[in-house]
Design a protein around this ligand. Structure first.
Ligand code: MG
Length: 347
């Protein structure tokens, strides 16, 4: 088992091991006085893993209730949150009980936010079942729901008591979701770990899976290091946004329908490197993302994308900050005026 300890205000461990999902109760039991666990999940994950999670929790002395909502980003809203609160009230969940987020990023985000707010805050556990959630959204303590006006507009920083990552759970992931997570995995190599990037360059979407036991903890440790230095996202944490300035613009341009987050980030990383890196670095990165069935570019003129970047969260005052990796493994934050940013990409 690999253990990554996260030393935030409320420290916790991320445990990575094949089969840990079926034994989750053993690892949760010593961490809580809860009598009851409320498992929050979506209909896809429910069918695959809820029974084994429930069995392990029951074996370890918890009584278990379960709330299931329809899968997909469109469920990450205030109505689902109210439904969760209502379910917790009906089942007499107290502040000393524990929520279990079983699923991908949507489940983790909304369950984490419910845990941050219900009864002014209670314990929760993350059991991420997608690659993206394991390497990205389960570490860092960011929880949120979407509003009609935009994504992640209401949220809180709330750390789980433990994160249990089971690489075996990824074997049931459709290829599209695996590729989605690989966009973020490649990002970790680019920003902090040239060796990881080299490893990824020699693999593809099929062969990489045998290396998940190494790759997933490596990515989590990189995110941990960055988040520990900047828990409230004021500075260094921004390097995790490599590829995201253009990536978010791509997602928004296509109304979040055409590109998954990871594929938009992949294209964003390549486009950023095209304008800021060496030709060799650009070519290598493009080959790498294509090996994971991710796009190296999108068919949108930069004139249309660049204005969408300036509406992004990463804008501070009249300037825009974006991340470049020069050389590979060494991310840096560039701060430019909106005009300079425009000049860089649209000449
Ligand atoms: Mg991301």
């Amino acid at each position: 088992m690999k253990t990554i300890s996260v030393h935030t205000q409320n420290p916790y461990d991320v445990l990575v091991e094949r089969g840990i999902l079926k034994r989750c109760g053993e690892y949760i039991r010593p961490l809580t006085k809860a009598g009851k666990c409320a498992v929050i999940t979506d209909d896809n994950v429910d069918a695959l893993y809820a029974d084994s999670v429930t069995a392990s929790l029951t074996e370890n002395g918890f009584s278990v209730v379960k709330f299931v909502f329809p899968h997909g980003e469109s469920s990450k809203n205030a109505q689902t949150l109210l439904d969760i609160y209502q379910f917790l009230c009906e089942n007499e969940i107290t502040r000393s009980d524990c929520l279990i987020a079983l699923g991908g990023g949507v489940v983790g985000d909304i369950t984490g936010f419910a845990a941050a707010t219900f009864l002014r805050g209670m314990q929760y556990v993350q059991i991420p079942t997608t690659l993206l959630a394991q390497v990205d959204s389960s570490v860092g303590g960011k929880t949120a729901i979407d509003l009609p006006q935009g994504k992640n507009l209401v949220g809180a920083f709330k750390q789980p008591i433990v994160v249990l990552c089971d690489p075996d759970a990824l074997s049931t992931l459709p290829e599209l979701f695996l590729a989605d997570g690989m966009g973020e995995v490649i990002k970790y190599g680019m920003i902090r770990d040239a060796q990881l990037f080299e490893l990824l360059c020699g693999l593809d979407l099929t062969t990489v899976q045998a290396h998940f036991d190494e790759i997933i903890p490596t990515c989590i440790a990189i995110k941990r290091d960055v988040v520990e230095n900047d828990p409230f996202d004021h500075g260094e944490r921004m390097i995790l946004n490599f590829g995201h300035t253009l990536g978010h613009a791509i997602e928004a341009y296509f109304h979040y329908e055409t590109y998954t987050h990871g594929s938009a980030v992949a294209a964003g990383m390549c486009m950023m490197t095209k304008y800021n890196g060496t030709p060799e670095q650009y070519e290598k990165l493009c080959d790498c993302v294509k090996a994971y069935k991710l796009p190296a570019s999108v068919d949108v003129p930069m004139e249309a994308l660049v204005p969408l970047c300036s509406g992004d969260k990463k804008r501070a005052g009249g300037t825009l900050r974006y991340v470049v990796c020069e050389p590979t493994g060494n991310a840096q934050i560039n701060s430019v005026t909106l005009q300079q940013f425009y000049d860089l990409f649209v000449k």
